[in-house]
Design a protein around this ligand. Structure first.
Ligand code: 2HA
Ligand code: ZN
Length: 268
């Protein structure tokens, strides 16, 4: 492999560990909460040859044709973000999809000695990457985390509504419309780890870069690990400002339509 490409894979792994630490520090990653994946296929050369048969193959219950033959970096099931921050390679893996996109091999662990599997949210991660790969998207990163401020909003029935949520996010802080211009998509409560929640998430991500899972967490998609984290962070800030006003006994005013239009015409 070209040295430049190895360096870029290393940089991504470093960024994942850095962001894992932020998620833990913010209290968004209790126990094994959250998971991160990055499609690193563009960084692996054709001349990177490994004896695939040395690694066990895991059949998937669905086929992801656009991911056929691709390499992805994925965090491990049951692994803690705070451990990922310290030692990414012991808490995440590199998988290679088979030529149909219907199974994968874990190629980052020693031959046959696999010790853990990819995240329990693999169906959602793979379906999102499949959709991104279909359209040759420059978005390669998917982050799932349990962002308290955002989850809290979805415990309020009134805010289980895309329009209401985005009005709140855009109104609480001028940065939000600039850095998360497509707003969030709302996904009603569904079983974590299921194909059902994966289907619903991919659907809302057609129009947004962040999907908010009712009573659970967020899934965000972006070009780089830090940029993807930043979107979640900015949304959390908006939600915090909203809750601070409410807990002080005030109704927050929000930015006006005119103020928002000026931001859009100036920055977007
Ligand atoms: O990785 O966050 O949704 C654990 C989870 C499941
Ligand atoms: Zn979760």
């Amino acid at each position: 492999m070209e040295i430049q490409k190895i360096k870029r894979v290393r940089k991504i792994i470093f960024e994942v560990s850095e962001v894992a630490d932020y998620l833990w520090q913010r209290g968004w990653a209790e126990r094994n909460a959250g998971n991160i994946s990055v499609n690193i296929n563009h960084l692996i050369n054709d001349d990177f040859k490994i004896k695939l048969n040395d690694y066990p193959s895991y059949k998937l219950s669905k086929t992801y044709p656009a991911l056929a033959g691709m390499y992805l970096f994925v965090t491990g099931t049951g692994k803690r973000m705070r451990d990922l921050a310290k030692d990414p390679l012991k808490n995440a893996l590199i998988i290679k999809m088979n030529s149909e996109g219907s199974a994968y091999r874990i190629i980052s662990q020693k031959k046959r000695g696999h010790k853990f599997l990819p995240t329990s949210e693999l169906p959602t991660h793979l379906l999102i990457h499949n959709k991104l790969a279909e359209s040759n998207s420059s978005n390669k990163v998917v982050i799932h985390t349990h962002t308290n401020e955002l989850v809290a909003l979805t415990q309020i029935r009134e805010y289980c509504n895309e329009e209401k949520l985005n009005k709140l996010f855009f109104g609480m802080h001028p940065e939000t419309i600039i850095f998360v211009p497509r707003g969030v998509g709302f996904v009603e409560y569904s079983m974590p780890g299921s194909e059902d929640i994966a289907d619903k998430t991919v659907k809302v991500l057609e129009n947004h870069d962040v999907a908010l899972w009712e009573k659970h967490g967020v899934f965000a998609v972006g070009e780089s690990v830090p940029d993807t984290f930043d979107m979640i962070d900015i949304l959390a800030k908006s939600a915090r400002i909203f809750f601070m006003c409410k807990s002080a006994g005030y109704e927050p005013e929000g930015l006006s339509e005119t103020e928002l239009s000026r931001l859009i015409s100036t920055f977007l």
